[in-house]
Ligand binder design. Sequence first.
Ligand SMILES: C[S@@+](CC[C@H](N)C(=O)[O-])C[C@H]1O[C@@H](n2cnc3c(N)ncnc32)[C@H](O)[C@@H]1O
Length: 291
Amino acid sequence: MMPDPSDHLADRHFSAIAAIIESRVGIRLPAGKRIMVEGRLRKRARALGLAGARGYGAHLFEDGGLADELVHLIDCVTTNKTDFFREPSHFEFLRNVAVPQLQQRKDTRPASLKIWSAASSTGAEAYTAAMVLQDLANAGAPIRFSVLGTDISTEVLREADMAIYPSAFVAPVPMAMQQRYLMRSKDLRQDLVRIAPELRCKVRFERLNLMDESYPFDRDIDVIFCRNVLIYFDGTTQKAVIQRLVSHLRVGGYLMLGHSESMAGSGIPGLQQVAPTIYRACPTALGRSAA
Ligand SMILES: C[S@@+](CC[C@H](N)C(=O)[O-])C[C@H]1O[C@@H](n2cnc3c(N)ncnc32)[C@H](O)[C@@H]1O
């Protein structure tokens, strides 16, 4: 159904939504994003049986709907684009540099590596890391691993947990890995694949707002991916988020940023740039000793 061209959020409702989203989620919604936001809210309004974007705004701010609707509002305004093997140089670095180096440092064998995909969207980044590590383990590397994926959007986390994707979406996964780690749907009318249980059991997803003052996760993570989310935040928020993430890295651990976010990592105490968009937690500045 074509949207009604006269259906728009009231100006005050758009401003209120933008203010709430920036303060709670960190994402800026300038006037240029209004059409996009209205389009997404219309879809949500239809699901609730409300009269378009305007009706949705009234529901939030005039009928007391905001508190119950906040989670869905956040789902609507986040941009969740992701891919398997997105920015592949990071996964080559993981395989060829990070894992061999991290393995050397571990005093226990087999080394148990902790990976965190800190804005995981529907899980492609987390499962890509898991495929790379599982391949190394299958090839005889003495490693065990676990992957944590976190995101603010409950909708993408639900999809990440299910680990079911359209076949076209997994096209970037090398064929040998597709054969090893993807299961085709038995129903041939459904062009879907599911991540194999062997990987699913090593990957878990939890909700986390990167804007939170502290993160309730381990402080000995080996590799953190925080890619293609900082671009939505202002400079101060970017630095604060990176500092909090760094405090969860083990000395010698790595932080991978998105390719358009490289500047955000510079000048952060405790981080040393080792390749474009790849940073390493160094012992001196962190005031910790290497494990
Ligand atoms: C464009 S996706 C990037 C996904 C993946 N990292 C990649 O590079 O393919 C950005 C993700 O960041 C999440 N996000 C946005 N603001 C967030 C916040 N404040 N805390 C946690 N996640 C957030 C969105 O829900 C979205 O899934």
